[in-house]
Ligand binder design. Structure first.
Ligand code: C5P
Length: 219
């Protein structure tokens, strides 16, 4: 049983990895199963939210209650988010967005030969940062996957992106796994969500963010 702590709230979630084309058959992507983001979409719906799920590359089935928008590149994800964001109360950015896209993309399949091939990479927009720095942003939740110095790097990220809440996890313990453990960072400090199935962790995250959201928006 999940208390309906997000009843009537509109929640936008990005999940999965973006994919940046190199040519007709190749591309660059990140390691991300999409499981954590999809679990959060389900948990938010259980909590009474109206959920829009912007999904990158993943083979996962749509969670119950989500309106799903499939995207490929970071630019596609940004466009989908921008089209929805004005009406949202809460934005949870779980997607593993590629940091770069390929400038010298080829329409046709590149034929291999003995030459060195150089990819030119240009930085992608930071979707979460662009939403969080809007004049009247929705309540923004970020994720930080780090392989070392977890708390230190995550704190810096929360500050840089101006997020009321950031969920930090170790790459080694989260990627592709059925379980996860998170450290939530907010103005009050650190809050550990111990290792559990991703849906359980997602439910606890939803409970925590709903409390912060309500404190920010007194009835
Ligand atoms: O900077 P880093 O990629 O580690 O930040 C992680 C957080 O920022 C995640 O919430 C991720 O979804 C979001 N992000 C984004 N757009 C990017 C890069 C990251 O929305 N281009």
């Amino acid at each position: 049983f999940q208390p309906r702590v997000l009843e009537g709230r509109k929640v936008l979630i990005t999940a999965g990895a973006t994919f940046e084309r190199i040519d007709a058959v190749r591309g660059i992507t990140n390691t991300s199963s999409g499981k954590m983001g999809f679990a959060i979409a389900r948990a938010a719906w259980e909590a009474g939210a109206e959920v829009t799920l912007v999904a990158g590359e993943t083979a996962l089935p749509t969670p119950p209650g989500s309106r799903r928008i499939d995207v490929k590149s970071a630019q596609d994800m940004l466009s989908a988010v921008n089209a929805e964001i004005d009406t949202q109360d809460i934005f949870i950015s779980v997607a593993a967005v590629a940091d770069y896209y390929v400038l010298n993309q080829s329409e046709q399949k590149i034929k291999k030969d003995a030459h060195i091939l150089t990819l030119e990479l240009a930085p992608n927009p930071d979707i979460l940062a662009s939403v969080a720095c809007r004049p009247r942003p929705p309540f923004c939740v970020g994720f930080a996957a780090e392989s070392e110095n977890l708390i230190e790097y995550a704190q810096a990220k929360r500050k840089r992106k101006q997020l009321p809440l950031l969920a930090a996890n170790l790459v080694q313990s989260a990627m592709g796994a059925e379980d996860n453990e998170l450290i939530l960072l907010d103005d009050a400090g650190e809050h550990k969500l111990p290792r559990a199935p991703k849906l359980d962790v997602a439910r606890q995250l939803v409970t925590h963010l709903a409390r912060l959201y309500d404190a920010d928006h007194p009835a």
